[in-house]
Design a protein around this ligand. Structure first.
Ligand SMILES: [Cu+2]
Length: 200
């Protein structure tokens, strides 16, 4: 029997992550609910190969469900990009310089604070005008190396506008993970990727 009703979670009834198995390609999209348990969304795969689809939704009156499917896409398939932990956790996207600060050493099964700090790449002034994106200052999606472990983390304080955004999470096992921070400024969403290593 199809599930017919879904809760709205961060402004959407379904969040869908589409990631290549090597995590080099990443999309976070929102399928449209058509009724009778059916969601649809157009997707363009920019290369061939194996992709992981991760659907995140909440049936009415239940708790969050995450479902994963692996699909194989035909067409030109580049060699997988190896996932190497970043030496410096600083990235610039759309003129926004984002530093990821982690208080202590990253350890599996231990609560960790991910602290994103934003400054203007040119002026080095702290950024204080981040806009709410899907009901929060930002969203953080984390996948392990083979895209089988998924974490979706929301900020400690959803209403901040900068220059820091803090996210609490626990990595479930040791290994290399990719972390995508999604934020919005000047009406543009920008995605900042980091690769981190989590020890035992
Ligand atoms: Cu979403």
């Amino acid at each position: 029997k199809p599930i017919s009703e879904f809760e709205v979670n961060h402004e959407k009834k379904m969040h869908l992550i589409v990631a290549s198995k090597d995590l080099s390609k990443y999309q976070h999209i929102h399928p449209t609910y058509k009724g009778k348990g059916v969601f649809t969304v157009p997707v363009t795969f920019t290369q061939g190969g194996s992709f992981q689809l991760i659907a995140d939704f909440v049936p009415k009156g239940q708790s969050d469900i995450v479902q994963m499917h692996t699909v194989s896409v035909k067409g030109n398939t580049p060699a997988p990009v190896s996932l190497t932990p970043d030496k410096k956790l600083v990235k610039t996207v759309n003129g926004n310089q984002v530093s990821l600060k982690i208080d202590s050493q990253l350890k599996a099964n231990q609560e960790t604070m991910l602290n994103f700090y934003f400054e203007d790449a040119q002026t080095k002034q702290p950024i204080q005008d981040l806009q709410p994106y899907l009901g929060a200052v930002g969203h953080v999606v984390i996948l392990n190396q083979d895209a089988t472990k998924y974490l979706h983390v929301h900020p400690m304080d959803e209403r901040v506008k900068g220059s820091n955004a803090m996210f609490h999470t626990t990595f479930p096992s040791p290994g290399v993970y990719k972390v995508w921070g999604e934020f919005q400024r000047s009406n543009k969403v920008f995605i900042v990727p980091f690769v981190v290593e989590v020890s035992k």
